[in-house]
Design a binder for this molecule. Structure first.
Ligand code: PMP
Length: 275
């Protein structure tokens, strides 16, 4: 598929899309977005993503300039260009051009189609490494355009052979740079609820776990629990469920993807196949 961008009723190839350099997203890092995928040609968990965009915008005091129906129509127009190929969709709400350099006037909405980029198969089979970083996102409950730590640490991540950066702040395990993080202890799932983005994949995993009778706890996760966990995994729209077998030099459990993680991977693959 070729990436396209919708803005203000028009669709152009993304490489031709433009944004004023005085947009608050550029000048002040003021913007929110959401990121979803299509599965079997349909926007996956659309309602959840739309509601999260609304929540992110509200938390930053921004108004989304289009109603849900118009945004869905824009997505359908973008999907029509794909000849049935699934893709990612990015809803980007920028602060717009400010009159005095700070005052939000008219936020601008861009809807982008992007090719799906999956991690290599090996990562799902053998499990992945993550590295720690003591970063705390500003307004963590919102999907803001602030990914400074995520971008800054990419070279370090690659050097370490890791797939993600795990944010651990004052001994609390929060989330990864673009994913949520789970531990499995005594067969139960444990994941943070506060000071993290409530991921759509995270919430789906909790739903699937509930239906399968897997007990879970949403609570603060102590860094010391990494050493006693049997399993760990991360979740995100573009990664689904990735077993985590190493955090820096620390092996998680026996250093292999665990049974609970693999069970959830199967349940989520089945859910998507039926979507
Ligand atoms: N946390 C952060 C900081 C993220 O950027 C993402 C990716 N959107 C997630 C968690 C996972 O969210 P989702 O499952 O909705 O992709």
């Amino acid at each position: 598929m070729k990436p396209h961008c919708y803005h203000d009723g028009k669709i152009v190839p993304t490489e031709k899309a433009t944004l004023p350099v005085t947009d608050l997203a550029v000048l002040r890092g003021y913007g929110v977005f959401d990121f979803l995928k299509t599965v079997n040609g349909k926007p996956f968990l659309w309602k959840e993503h739309w509601r999260r965009l609304q929540r992110s915008a509200k938390l930053l005091g921004m108004k989304i300039p289009l109603p849900e129906k118009a945004v869905r129509e824009a997505i359908d127009r973008l999907l029509a260009k794909n000849e049935g190929e699934d893709c990612n969709i990015r809803l980007l709400l920028t602060g717009g051009v400010a009159r005095n350099g700070l005052l939000v006037d008219e936020p601008r909405l861009y809807v982008l189609s992007e090719p799906i980029q999956m991690l290599p198969r090996k990562v799902f089979e053998k499990g992945a490494k993550v590295i720690r970083c003591a970063h705390e996102r500003i307004v963590p409950e919102a999907k803001t355009t602030d990914y400074l730590a995520a971008v800054r640490l990419q070279k370090e991540r690659i050097r370490a052979g890791a797939v993600e950066i795990l944010y651990v702040v004052h001994g609390r395990v929060l989330e990864c740079s673009t994913s949520n993080f789970f531990l499995v202890k005594d067969g139960r799932l444990i994941t943070a609820r506060d000071a993290v983005l409530l991921g759509t994949t995270r919430n789906l995993v909790l739903d699937l776990a509930k239906k399968a009778g897997i007990v879970f706890e949403e609570r603060d996760v102590a860094e010391t629990e990494l050493a006693s966990a049997e399993e760990a995994f991360l979740t995100a729209t573009n990664k689904n469920i990735v077993p985590v077998v190493q955090v820096d030099d620390l092996a998680i459990g026996n250093g292999k993807p665990g049974v609970v993680t693999r069970r959830l991977m199967t349940l989520s693959a089945d859910y998507m196949a039926r979507y």
